[in-house]
Design a protein around this ligand. Structure first.
Ligand code: ADP
Ligand code: MG
Length: 207
């Protein structure tokens, strides 16, 4: 069975809970190599997504992702707001008016999200950003794309976590953390961590 607009809305509601639960952790990570607002930015954004979805759930997965994108762009702020907003918007556009998604659709949407983040933020692999979680997630999703949505997302979530953890050793070359130069090494990137949390949450929701 494919993934419908209702399923996507449920996954986004679950994401709001996960972001809320990890708010302090993300603040702490961002305090170490940034300005300490990432957890609050994400919480504000996903709480707003929750109220948008309480008003009305659009009819297709793409349309649900699009309202989430618009909300994130206007509410998250910081560097991450426009980046996450672009990710969800590109995923929405890639899905068009499909009413149900299979594993291959999800892999394609993840690829579009990554391309959006890179078009907007110009980060490459190993710049110590959310891209370090997304690149391996997309590769794993594409390798698993013959499987179910749950299988594709589970593979992506494992890879995203590994990718996020790989940012610890890196020196930041993009975003606020890059101002620290070599001193940014030895810390987990907050945006890579939030990306890994989101992909894991979507994988759990797809089960
Ligand atoms: P700000 O840095 O403006 O305070 P946040 O704290 O909300 O914004 O988000 C910081 C995160 O955004 C970083 O941990 C990093 O993962 C991500 N980020 C910053 N700049 C870029 C970029 N150019 N491309 C991709 N991700 C980026
Ligand atoms: Mg910050």
């Amino acid at each position: 069975m494919g993934c419908t607009a209702t399923d996507i809305a449920a996954a986004l509601r679950a994401a709001a809970t996960v972001v809320d639960e990890h708010r302090d952790e993300l603040v702490e990570l961002d305090r170490e190599i940034g300005d300490g607002d990432h957890g609050e930015n994400m919480k504000r954004g996903f709480t707003a997504v929750l109220s948008t979805l309480d008003t009305a759930v659009p009819e297709t997965p793409g349309a649900v992702l699009k309202v989430a994108a618009t909300t994130l762009i206007s509410k998250v702020g910081g560097a991450a707001g426009p980046l996450y907003g672009t990710a969800f918007l590109r995923a929405a556009t890639a899905l068009g008016d499909r009413s149900e998604l299979d594993g291959a659709d999800v892999a394609m949407a993840l690829r579009a999200a990554l391309e959006g983040v890179q078009a907007r933020g110009k980060a490459e692999q190993a710049d110590k950003t959310m891209v370090d979680a997304l690149i391996p997630a997309v590769a794993a999703a594409e390798a698993a794309k013959g499987g179910s949505v749950a299988e594709v997302l589970a593979a992506a979530a494992d890879a995203a976590e590994e990718g996020a953890n790989s940012t610890v050793d890196l020196v930041a070359r993009k975003g606020r953390a890059s101002y620290l130069g070599e001193r940014s090494a030895g810390h987990l990137d907050p945006g890579a961590r939030s990306t890994a949390l989101l992909v894991r949450c979507f994988a759990e929701a797809a089960k």
